[in-house]
Design a protein around this ligand. Structure first.
Ligand code: BG6
Length: 509
């Protein structure tokens, strides 16, 4: 990963350092940056949380994380040791303002030792109840003030539980930090293939003339996973698929597909265009809520011969839970480009495979001269994961007599590139924050706008206890009912891996 941006010397302070995210994602990503020679010459990491680790014990744990999850898991031990010598730990109760004096003192020591120029990033990877408290306590110690180095704060998701709490959190944060110091993370924006959505659209002249209601029939956005709740039942049962995936990741994908070309590639111009998409989302009427929104919950089943628990049997999940593990919706964007074009979105846990992709379905040719197979619509498929790439489905003549048309694939895979080091989302986002570039982060107002759009769904489910929750067997594609959402000729969900291989690898059809 090359990086033309200048990165100042700095300390990354990670709150919630004993948690899973730090172990699996954050420290391995920082190590990858280190191995890619993208970190400044003077930097340090300080892990902070309540667990009683010594520096040594914390480094041991992080070493295991690096060896399991880093791109450079096989790096020479001496490199790992050198990196870890810049990592230390402070055990404190981050919910108690009286303990922040110790943090300030520790930061001064680190700053002297590692010559980090008093530049600090505070990464909040804690339970959300601390998202407003920590900034307040940092402010109490003057650790928000930028006159002697920069101070930035990264906030993990979930950002709010509903519209009101998201607005309240934004308000609280702005009491203690300025908007340009706040980096609200959505890891989907750090994915290479998500950034490629903009490049595909705006670096190629051929797509733009077609990218509108005149040529596009409908758009599908799917992010489905084969995993269940993976030990996060407590969190997930409170959140559900709408909060966990739709309000953030899927909304961001929709914005990148639907936005107008920005005037420049910078944070301000891109955020401005994305905001216009969120504001143009057609508000959901009562009838939309009843007919165009579907939720489901997985039940026990067998996947490739192995028994899988139902959602209600998962650890820390309410036995009578009505939380959705699957969500699908049809929605519209009220602007000239997209008027009348349905966007179908779906996300779910315990699906047959893991796929995130966007499918642009083009309208058929105006006159059908040849015999067409029914599945012969032109589709542009932007595959975000796992098999990153782009696929164009187009009709070709079958060899032989007559004019039989067959759908063929023009397929590009990222892995075909000579240098296909694909940085992890966290690697890119951490680096951008280190460089002070917030292009791939969410700003407060647009985040509130996404909550405004989904809030009526939450309110409907809360108030109408009879709002249906459909069951679906684990390992299936969700409730059959979702076929009702897609109506009309040539409109049906794409099932990317009907011929799923035995090992569960995504197979293109
Ligand atoms: C997270 C959700 O934000 O995204 C998880 O909380 C989900 O429930 C994950 O599994 C999916 O991310 P990815 O990068 O694996 O698609």
């Amino acid at each position: 990963m090359n990086n033309p941006k200048k990165i100042d010397n700095q300390v990354m302070v990670i709150f919630g350092a004993s948690g899973d995210l730090t172990y699996r994602k954050l420290l391995p990503a920082i190590f990858d940056l280190y191995e890619n020679k993208l970190l400044p010459s003077h930097f340090a990491v300080l892990g902070v949380s309540r667990t009683n680790f010594t520096d040594h014990a914390f480094r041991d744990k992080m070493e295991k994380g690096i060896k399991q999850f880093s791109h450079y898991k096989n790096a020479p031990q001496a490199r790992i040791d050198l990196f870890l010598s810049k990592v230390s730990y402070l055990s404190m109760d981050t919910g108690n303002g009286n303990e922040y004096g110790a943090l300030k003192k520790r930061l001064s020591e680190i700053n002297l030792k590692y010559k980090t120029d008093k530049n600090y990033i505070f990464y909040l990877s804690t339970p959300p109840q601390l998202y407003a408290k920590i900034p307040k306590f940092l402010y109490g110690q003057g650790l928000n003030l930028e006159h002697k180095g920069f101070r930035r704060i990264i906030i993990e998701k979930p950002f709010g539980h509903d519209l009101k709490s998201a607005q309240e959190l934004n308000r609280q944060l702005l009491d203690f930090f300025n908007e340009d110091q706040i980096y609200r993370i959505d890891h989907y924006l750090g994915k290479e293939t998500v950034q490629n959505l903009m490049v595909t659209r705006f670096a190629n002249g051929i797509y733009e003339p077609l990218w509108n209601r005149n040529y596009i029939q409908h758009v599908e956005v799917s992010t489905v996973e084969s995993i269940g709740v993976e030990g996060r039942g407590g969190y997930y049962d409170e959140a559900g698929a709408l909060r966990d995936m739709v309000q953030n990741h899927l909304m961001q994908l929709i914005a990148l597909i639907a936005m107008e070309p920005p005037t420049k590639i910078n944070a301000e111009a891109i955020k401005y265009e994305k905001m216009k998409v969120f504001q143009a989302l057609h508000p959901l009427s009562e009838s939309d809520l009843k007919n165009n929104v579907i939720r489901g919950q997985y039940s026990a089943s067998k996947i490739r011969g192995e028994s899988v628990l139902g959602y209600r049997e998962e650890k820390s999940v309410d036995k009578k839970s009505r939380t959705e593990t699957f969500f699908a919706m049809k929605c519209f964007i009220d602007n000239w480009r997209w008027a009348g074009v349905p966007f179908y979105i779906r996300t779910g846990k315990r699906m047959p495979t893991r796929v995130s992709e966007i499918v642009i379905h083009f309208k058929p040719s105006p006159q059908q001269l040849f015999h067409q197979n029914e599945d012969n619509d032109n589709q542009l498929i932007l595959r975000i994961q796992p098999d990153e790439g782009i696929l164009l489905k187009t009709g070709m003549k079958m060899p032989g007599n007559g004019y039989e048309v067959k759908s063929v694939n023009m397929d590009f895979h990222y892995t075909d590139l000579d240098d296909h080091y694909i940085p992890e989302a966290y690697e890119r986002l951490i680096l951008d924050c280190m460089a002070g570039d917030s292009t791939l982060f969410m700003d407060g107002p647009s985040l509130e706008e996404t909550w405004k759009f989904v809030q009526p769904i939450l309110t409907y489910w809360e108030n109408d206890k009879k709002a249906p929750l459909y069951g679906y067997p684990a390992g299936s594609w969700g409730p059959d009912k979702i076929d009702d959402l897609i109506e009309g000729e040539n409109q049906k969900w794409r099932y990317p891996c009907k011929n799923l291989s035995d090992d569960g690898i995504y197979c293109e059809l």
